[in-house]
Design a protein around this ligand. Structure first.
Ligand SMILES: [Cu+2]
Length: 502
């Protein structure tokens, strides 16, 4: 079981080890009580903050090798297991890894492919699953909490990638009561479905930027969740890109780069801008937009993805950095969210060779027809004192998640209007499994606005006091989850079950 694997940049050298779990203290987060959790003391954290190296060359995510013996099939193995990473000099960090790495290997397949991935769960004493976030896979292949893969066992996830499904998806665990923890300990990876005919010029490249959010204790370990983490969602100390802190990318002057940004953090809202490069949005969670849209800044809430073309016309260095965004925070210790440098781009003096233009039209997106029914989902937060301390509840229509309860019954192929009403004090990024939806309206203080462009989405931020209206259609029968993608909120109840009948 002592297998050594090195990540490309050497930043997070990973060594699979059975002692990793023994070193990692875990909470049972199903019944959080104030007494059992130390508060997250930001001042103390700042004092012994671990320094991570910056400025290494941005690494490409290692690809998951396709072991299939015929075209049109993607066959591979993903193993979740304890590992040791080396984020900071001289400190071992016990993590969870897919195939020895965090983020997990990049999966790349094509529209029309069949995918067969054997998942082996080698996490000590914990069930896990793989959820294919955003992908149109059958309900029984989607890694629901109802379909756990027990520790020490394996299963095959098999599905087809339909035509038109090209997009920037990701994969992560979704076991009952352990999703938040398994993700912050390292389990998440990108899954790109490529189009057979892609309108984006190949000269732009295709660069993944997977954001994760690491918190390290002074000894290098990853601390378990505090009460504040459970309330607000866990925000770490270091936003990493492909596992690296503020890595460097080199481009020629005048170059354009296609960038796929993934918010794979538990709860970190990323409001992003480049100083010195222009951004054009070309894609959302579920693939390309109908036409490019210029943007000065973008808000990427937990679970969301966006595809950009960045134009580097000025001499560098240029940074991708965060702006402030108030998503609502309970109690002390609101983390600094502005002014983090996530990526540095060195723009050389030499001019890029001929750079093709971005097409004016990318692909057609047909707006949904009128819905046959509408549903209203009200998000609330509750706080109650009981003999063991304070308990937070995150509810949808007054109810906490119950795996044995069906909250809504839908019919496959029918268009529905969902109205997500946030009556809570925090923003909640709302995610629906198994399909892509279209946001049609935002409402706040009685003012209704339309989204700036039509897009396929599987996760949408619903700000405090806001109502978001979206149209969706589930095409495959079976049970589908919908939930807040602040993973601690999902775990504390903000999730429901939609049963789709054929
Ligand atoms: Cu939430």
């Amino acid at each position: 079981m002592h297998r050594r694997g090195f990540l490309a940049a050497g930043l997070a050298t990973v060594l699979a080890s059975s002692r990793a779990l023994a070193q990692t203290k875990m909470d049972d987060m199903s019944m959080p009580g104030m007494g059992g959790h130390a508060g997250h003391d930001m001042a103390a954290m700042a004092q012994d903050a671990v320094i991570l190296p910056e400025g290494q060359v941005l690494r490409d995510l290692p690809m998951l090798a396709n072991e299939a013996d015929r075209p049109g099939l993607f066959r591979a193995r993903l193993t979740a297991e304890p590992a040791i990473a080396r984020f900071a000099e001289g400190r071992d960090t016990p993590i969870l890894a897919y195939n020895g790495m965090s983020p997990g290997p990049l999966i790349e397949a094509f529209e029309g492919d069949r995918v067969e991935i054997t998942f082996a769960n080698r996490i000590d004493s914990e069930a896990s699953t793989i959820h294919w976030h955003g992908m149109p896979v059958p309900a029984d292949q989607d890694g629901n909490p109802m379909d756990p893969v027990a520790a020490g066992t394996e299963r095959v996830y098999a599905f087809e990638l339909p035509e038109g499904s090209a997009g920037s998806y990701w994969y992560h665990p979704h076991p009952h009561g352990k999703t938040a923890e398994q993700v912050y300990r390292g389990l998440a990876g990108a899954f790109v479905v490529k189009a057979k005919a892609d309108p984006i010029p190949a000269e732009y490249g295709d660069t993944m930027l997977v954001f994760t959010d690491l918190r390290l204790a002074a000894d290098g370990s990853i601390p378990s969740n505090s009460m504040s983490d459970l309330m607000n969602g866990r925000v770490g100390d270091h936003v990493l890109v492909n596992g690296q802190k503020n890595p460097r990318l080199s481009v020629a002057k005048g170059a354009r780069r296609r960038l796929r940004l993934y918010n794979a953090t538990n709860a970190r809202f990323l409001k992003l801008a480049f100083d010195g490069a222009t951004m054009t949005i070309i894609g959302s969670d579920g693939g390309l937009l109908a036409a490019p849209v210029a943007a000065d800044e973008i808000l990427l809430s937990p679970g969301e993805r966006i595809e950009l073309v960045a134009s580097f016309d000025m001499p560098g260095p240029i940074t991708l950095y965060t702006l402030g965004y108030d998503r609502g925070w309970m109690g002390p210790g609101r983390p600094a969210d502005a002014g983090l440098t996530l990526l540095t781009v060195d723009v050389s003096d030499s001019e890029a060779e001929t750079v093709p233009q971005l097409p004016a039209r990318l692909r057609p997106i047909a707006p949904f027809a009128a819905p046959v029914l509408s549903r209203r989902l009200v998000l609330t937060e509750t706080m109650a004192m009981n003999p063991t301390g304070m308990e937070m509840g995150f509810l949808i229509n007054g109810k906490a998640f119950d795996m044995g309860r069906v909250d809504f019954v839908a019919r496959a192929g029918e268009i529905e209007l969902w109205e997500i009403v946030n009556q809570a004090d925090m923003d909640h990024p709302f995610h629906v499994h198994g399909t892509q939806f279209q946001v049609i309206e935002h409402e706040r203080d009685g003012a209704v606005s339309k989204p700036p462009y039509l897009a396929w989405k599987d996760t949408v931020n619903v700000a405090r006091g806001e109502t978001v209206r979206l149209l969706l259609r589930q095409d495959r029968p079976g049970q589908r989850m919908y939930h807040c993608h602040i993973l601690e909120h999902e775990q504390l109840g903000m999730m429901g079950v939609l049963d789709v009948m054929s």
